[in-house]
Design a protein around this ligand. Structure first.
Ligand code: ADP
Ligand code: MG
Length: 321
């Protein structure tokens, strides 16, 4: 069964002055038990999609099925079984309550028993060992600490499907790692589904079984991170020049003339070269360096998820958030 099925969904925001087509016929299927990533530039429609699927926002057209239930006909049943972590975390907590009181309040809304709540709180305390976030009023917490409470709120009632919009917003690398481990454990050991958006490519790559790239309200690519990267078929040699090395025009010309070097990009002390045959290019580049008395730090890499993102999304910069 699919945890989420989105069919030809359209969403138009209307105000008196203008209309914004945020989703333009979006299709998506997320399997049960998957950690699924949604990538896309600002304004692509990620938050709109997540809000629609979490029953927080109405769609204009199309069909959405969440955990096998229709988004409009079974809205209440869906809400009991999903968790939602919004990108706007300021509004997801009560500032004057402590972290623990906040979680207690939402536990009550979900009809959790006191015992179940305390068990869950202990779980959270094991993951997040800086316990002052539970004892302090939320208004006195840092942005990242607040986000940790918001994330916990999303998972509190053991939902079958969690939507997490900008899950690691404001988290320091240590907290972000802990949350990632928690999410992995939640999906893999409990068989739950988690759908996340993040601007941190390494996070998506580490966590997600599959990724959809959304651009201007449509899915433009969907696959495992590995497959998306492989499909780009990029092999890159990168040379970092030492401060004593000088990349003369003659040197650059000779490097560019190597058969398996497709292009030479110069960037702030680096030479970046897409290559067609990495070992051949490596040998020839090293040879040329030796000839010119250059002793570089040379590295080789294949396509990253960032390359994939840029390929699909770097067509036009949209500054709207
Ligand atoms: N409440 C709203 N009213 C009008 N336009 C909106 C509203 N929310 C989002 N939009 C517009 O919809 C598009 C998609 O926004 P959003 O879903 O927030 O994208 P993302 O989360 O990918 O950054 C953008 O053009 C944005 O300006
Ligand atoms: Mg957003």
């Amino acid at each position: 069964m699919y945890a989420l099925e989105v069919k030809d969904v359209k969403k138009t925001y209307k105000s008196r002055k203008k209309q914004t087509e945020a989703l333009k016929g979006l299709d998506l299927q997320v399997k049960s038990g998957e950690i699924f990533g949604i990538l896309g530039p600002n304004g692509a429609g990620k938050t709109t999609l997540i809000k629609i699927c979490s029953t927080l926002l109405g769609k204009t057209e199309g069909e959405v099925t969440v955990l096998g239930m229709d988004i409009e006909k079974q809205e209440k049943d869906i809400r009991k079984r999903i968790g939602y972590i919004g990108q706007d975390s300021e509004r997801s907590t009560y500032a004057r309550l402590t972290g623990k009181e906040n979680l207690e309040f939402f536990a009550a809304l979900y009809n959790m028993s006191k015992d179940d709540f305390l068990v869950q709180l202990e779980e959270f305390k094991k993951i997040y060992d800086n316990h002052e976030i539970f004892e302090k009023e939320v208004m006195k917490l840092s942005g990242g600490q607040k986000q940790a409470i918001v994330v916990m709120r999303g998972f509190l009632h053991n939902p079958d499907l969690v939507f997490a919009d900008e899950i690691s917003k404001g988290l320091d690398p240590i907290a972000a790692k802990k949350i990632r481990n928690f999410v992995k454990d939640y999906a893999k050991n409990k068989g739950k589904t988690v759908i996340i958006t993040s601007q941190i490519m390494s996070e998506i790559e580490e966590l997600c079984d599959r990724v959809a790239i959304i651009y201007e309200g449509k899915v433009v690519a969907i696959d495992t991170p590995q497959k998306l990267m492989d499909d780009l078929n990029i092999q890159l040699l990168e040379i970092r020049l030492r401060s004593t090395d000088i990349a003369s025009p003659e040197f650059l010309q000779e490097v560019a003339s190597i058969e398996s070097v497709l292009e030479v990009q110069q960037d702030n002390g680096y030479l970046r070269m897409p290559v067609s045959n990495s070992s051949q290019a490596f040998e020839a580049v090293m040879e040329t360096c030796r000839k010119f008395g250059i002793n570089p730090v040379i590295s080789y890499r294949t396509a990253s998820l960032e390359d994939v993102f840029l390929k699909f999304c770097d067509k036009k910069v949209d500054l709207e958030v």
